[in-house]
Design a protein around this ligand. Structure first.
Ligand code: ATP
Ligand code: MG
Length: 256
């Protein structure tokens, strides 16, 4: 049975996709079987895994609308050694088209149930919104990984996300938990980073992952080569951190 995790934060550009792609590749290095679900019409996770979003036969869009099975739409990231349910801008239409459908917030959950046995981890890269797409991710998941930058405004949006997760837990998916907050793009030379990081630990205690992902240019360069940073430059500080995060997640699921 796969453990399903959403990588979510309604703030844009906080490192969701970088985390999804590199955690997937890091887990694959640890011999875990991984499916990465791209739930964002931007298709960044798809491209970052080395799959051309412009030439998809089937994608997350068709899967959500019941026009394709995950089994037909998934592709292999040869670079990352994990599977991908890819997406492109077509997925933006699903938001509106799903309104007509029954059980519209559980479409992804039902689709993933059919491939559950093939994986140890299913990671869902969510779009930067608390939308019907993100809601599908939250309804399908056992837990949420929240990447955040250690800056002043990071904390502001966090309560909206935490409240949404609480509501989904209460009304739609009692399995759902916050697995943890992941500090990303961390710059240890900045006093503010240190302060916000300490505040997070104070407020959220054990819900803050031990691993900290540093700001590292190799992670930012990798997507343009269609290769996860973890594979692009395995010895870089960023890659090493995501591999350590993979190991932390493997440990974490043993207690779930
Ligand atoms: P969106 O909300 O648009 O989906 P996102 O939350 O998925 O964005 P990313 O696309 O992962 O965020 O990251 C935003 C930008 O920051 C990208 O250019 C990415 O390459 C860069 N980036 C992410 N993590 C790091 C890091 N640890 N070090 C340096 N650059 C990073
Ligand atoms: Mg993204």
């Amino acid at each position: 049975m796969a453990k399903i995790f959403c990588v979510a934060n309604q703030k844009g550009g906080v490192g969701k996709t970088t985390t999804s792609v590199n955690l997937a590749a890091g887990l694959a290095k640890l011999e875990q079987r991984v499916l990465l679900v791209d739930l964002d019409p931007q298709g960044n996770a798809t491209m970052g895994a080395g799959i051309n979003k412009a030439s998809l036969n089937a994608s997350t869009y068709q899967v959500l609308l019941g026009e394709a099975e995950v089994n037909d739409a998934r592709q292999r990231s040869e670079a990352g050694r994990f599977d991908v349910l890819p997406a492109n801008r077509e997925l933006a239409g699903a938001e509106v088209e799903m309104v007509e459908l029954d059980n519209r917030e559980r479409r992804l959950k039902h689709a993933l149930a059919k491939v559950d046995a093939d994986y140890d981890f299913i990671l869902v890269d969510c779009p930067p919104a608390l939308s019907m797409l993100t809601l599908n991710g939250l309804c399908a998941a056992h837990g949420v990984i929240i990447p955040m930058q250690c800056e002043y405004y990071a904390l502001e949006g966090l309560s909206d996300l935490v409240n949404t997760i609480k509501k989904v837990h209460a009304n739609l998916n009692t399995d759902l938990k916050i697995i943890g907050l992941l500090r990303v793009m961390f710059d240890p030379r900045m006093t503010l980073s240190q302060q916000v990081s300490a505040q997070l630990e104070q407020h959220f205690g054990g819900k803050v992952f031990k691993t900290i992902i540093p700001r590292n240019v190799r992670l930012a360069e990798a997507p343009s080569y269609g290769v996860p940073g973890v594979v692009f430059d395995p010895s870089s500080k960023g890659a090493q951190a995501y591999i350590a995060f993979g190991a932390e997640m493997v440990e974490r699921i043993k207690t779930m």
